[in-house]
Design a protein around this ligand. Sequence first.
Ligand SMILES: [Zn+2]
Length: 126
Amino acid sequence: MRLAEGIRRHGFRKWYERELLQSHAHLALTFLCMIGIVAGFEAMTRGTAWAERLTDLALVLLCAAVGLWALRRYLFLLNHAEAAAHQADCPQCKTYGRLELLQSDASGNEVQVRCRHCGHVWQISA
Ligand SMILES: [Zn+2]
């Protein structure tokens, strides 16, 4: 979810929490794909027919592709959330994450926010 949409819908802290949960779900998927790769190699050593071995190879390749995608997604979501979180401290009063969205650019990842504690306005880009 884009930063602007997330702040508008859930507030910054909930958006950050959801991004972290989503990224770690992708990490869990990466782990499951690693198990699938190992299981596929194990099955390949036991299969005698070429059709079985090709099916096992297809499983290994599928798990590798999904695992790489999930790992990339995990790293992207984690870095995206952390980049925004490092800018969520109010520069004036140092309050963390208590902000409201004022405006955003077209991509939704560059937002102007206001501190709910002191009213200071600043820019966050994720
Ligand atoms: Zn403030």
